[in-house]
Design a protein around this ligand. Structure first.
Ligand SMILES: [Zn+2]
Ligand SMILES: [Zn+2]
Length: 290
């Protein structure tokens, strides 16, 4: 076997072991939380979610091996491009002059505002097929955060990182924003019956985001924020009528397994194109955005 191939296999194994290690702390945390909240009921809940968890894990490993390296190169390219063409409207020095906590709150707030708008657009008819994959988990757990189509990951990166870099946030703040959104994202996808009481209009709760994943149109077309609930409240998209006990998931016909999920957007767009060109009218049944 030549050295290049051996090096590639070594790098892939290292990435995979990193992908396993990163799962350990949240797995321990959420398993203990589930046992504490549900007791013995946690086991049948897990059994029902098993197939969706398996699919989320396979997407996590695929993401680590194939998508994450592309995303890393793209992220560096976006930052270099903005720097090379002096596109930043604020110099990083301006943010450095502020207390770190102000910059941190600023980056998470601006990041969530951009994310709200981007997420709202992902729910339009054109982009829904790439985002539908995230909504296809009918048994939401913290691992649902792993279920994104690579195209959805790339558009998220370009829009969110692009705007934040144009705002001149320093690199540490961009990384901090990613970490906050990732781990808070795990938390709001977990099966937790928490609505936060009077703080429900300030922070997105697990129940609030669960309503976003409701299978029916009511609820699914709302709650687009990840961190700050007041964004949805301000834009009229806040919807938390109580605990979310309605069915989750999508009505789209995704096809089976990881491959079905990867191919779905192309299949949906192809069907829509045929439909537009006077093809089979019934194709529209499968491509309805909530
Ligand atoms: Zn969504
Ligand atoms: Zn979600």
């Amino acid at each position: 076997m030549d050295d290049g191939l051996l090096h590639l296999i070594g790098a892939a194994l290292q990435s995979l072991s990193g992908a396993v290690v990163i799962l350990i702390p949240p797995t321990v945390f959420f398993v203990l939380l589930a046992l504490f909240l549900k007791g013995r009921e946690a086991l049948p809940v897990f059994e029902r979610a098993f197939e969706d968890v398996r699919l989320n894990l396979s997407l996590h490993f695929l993401d680590t091996l194939l998508v994450a390296p592309i995303v890393a190169v793209l992220a560096q390219g976006i930052q270099n491009g903005i720097e090379a063409h002096s596109l930043a409207i604020l110099a990083p020095a301006r943010w450095h002059a502020l207390p770190a906590v102000v910059t941190l709150v600023g980056v998470v707030f601006v990041g969530d505002l951009i994310s709200w708008a981007r997420h709202r657009i992902e729910h339009t008819r054109l982009l829904w097929p790439t985002h539908a994959i995230h909504h296809s988990d009918a048994h939401m757990t913290w691992m649902t955060i792993m279920r994104f189509h690579p195209l959805n990951r790339v558009t998220t990166l370009i829009v969110d990182l692009g705007v934040l870099a144009v705002c001149g946030f320093p690199e540490w703040a961009l990384i901090a924003n990613f970490v906050v959104r990732h781990y808070y994202g795990e938390f709001i996808h977990a099966d937790l019956p928490w609505m936060y009481g009077p703080l429900r209009y300030v922070f997105v709760s697990p129940v609030m985001h669960r309503w976003h994943h409701a299978r029916d149109v009511v609820g699914a077309g709302s709650n687009f924020a990840t961190v700050f609930a007041f964004l949805d409240y301000a834009f009229g998209t806040y919807h938390v009528p109580g605990l979310c006990t309605v069915p989750l998931g999508v009505t789209d016909q995704m096809g089976k397994g990881t491959l079905g999920q990867m191919l779905y957007p192309f299949k949906a767009w192809g069907e829509r194109l045929r439909e537009t060109n006077g093809g089979r009218g019934e194709a529209s049944r499968h491509t309805t955005a909530p």
